[in-house]
Design a protein around this ligand. Structure first.
Ligand code: PBG
Length: 323
């Protein structure tokens, strides 16, 4: 044998020298759930280690996470049912606790990168990402509502908006609304290939945002489709998306890889709530090693081609990297 691949694995130093994929806190985006009120840190049964925070306690949490090197956060609002309606009008209401929180967080930590979610579901009495009429999710009517939501978030100081609704034409529509209102510097990270997945359950528990009727299959993508992700990406990029996302991550690493090979904008992947729940559950039973499993899983998302990773493991992983 004159070729023995094991020679390049024989010591820690050699393994480190030839390591192909790197992962650090700069690649992490930490999703956090926000609730109105004070002194709230509510457990989410299906998503251990994650909480619904009130702003006061969230500020402390952010300070701690920043000290571990996590710079980018994606905020989601848990809205009371009494504030929900068909158009999600609370999303652009000036009294909205979520908008106030964006302002306060950016004031307190100017160096932070803050991302929002742009979709109707946390605010919708129908629990859908778009406007519902006679059981149908209307596309173009929804765009006008998304524009309002995005502009309100930009006014509050958001750095990146994340349209997660999968309506056609939303990126172009939001880009124009932002620009017309003077927010040419606000970025769009589009949920480009977002699949109708079984792995969103814990997230919908966290926000109490499950659809009241039907499912999301007329707007989210069919898990069987791959080429369609190229079409979605072409559209988003041509409409002005700064970054494109694949969601979920683990069952869709082929899509992450394909978009990375075919597009020049950065690609991100959303390691969603159900994917995390599986790891937590197995670790709790002692069936896998939590830290090693999380490290391998996040590394594999990077190896597939993701620049950034949205993950509920961000804090635990950043702590682990510090050790
Ligand atoms: C809503 C939205 C969802 C997630 C992010 N934004 C849920 C859905 O589409 O039903 C899921 C995130 C997760 O499961 O971690 N537009």
């Amino acid at each position: 044998m004159n070729i023995r691949p094991r020679r390049n694995r024989k010591s820690i130093a050699i393994r480190a020298m030839v390591e192909e994929t790197k992962i650090g806190t700069e690649h992490l985006i930490y999703p956090l759930f926000l609730k109105d009120g004070t002194n709230v840190k509510e457990k989410i049964a299906s998503l251990p280690n994650n909480y619904r925070w009130s702003l006061d306690l969230l500020l402390n949490e952010l300070e701690e996470c920043l000290s571990y090197g996590i710079m980018t956060y994606d905020l989601f609002p848990a809205v009371e049912d009494s504030l929900k309606d068909k158009t999600g009008s609370y999303s652009w209401n000036e009294d909205n606790f979520y908008l106030k929180a964006i302002r306060k967080i950016k004031e307190t930590f100017p160096e932070i990168v803050l991302m929002s979610d742009v979709a109707l579901d946390p605010y919708s009495s129908d629990g859908h990402d778009g406007l519902v009429e006679n059981g149908k999710i209307l596309n173009d009517e929804t765009l006008l509502l998304l524009n309002k939501m995005a502009v309100a978030q930009a006014q509050a100081g958001i750095d990146i908006v994340g349209p997660s609704d999968m309506m056609d034409g939303r990126v172009g529509s939001i880009r124009e609304a932002l620009d017309v209102n003077g927010f040419t510097d606000v970025s769009i990270m589009s949920y480009t290939a977002k699949y109708a997945s079984a792995f969103y359950g814990p997230f919908r528990d966290a926000l109490n945002s499950a659809p009241k009727s039907g499912d999301k299959k007329t707007y989210q993508m069919n898990p069987a489709n791959k080429r369609e992700a190229l079409l979605e990406a072409e559209l988003d990029v041509s409409e002005g998306a700064d970054m494109i996302m694949v969601k979920p991550a683990l069952c869709y690493l082929d899509i992450v890889h394909m978009l990375k090979e075919n597009f020049t904008v950065p690609v991100t992947a959303y390691n969603v709530s159900g994917e995390c729940a599986m790891i937590y559950a197995a670790a709790e039973k002692g069936w896998i090693n939590y830290e090693l499993a999380v490290s391998e899983l996040l590394l594999s998302i990077r190896r597939a081609g993701a620049d950034g990773i949205l993950t509920y493991f961000a804090k635990d992983f950043a702590k682990y990297l510090k050790k």
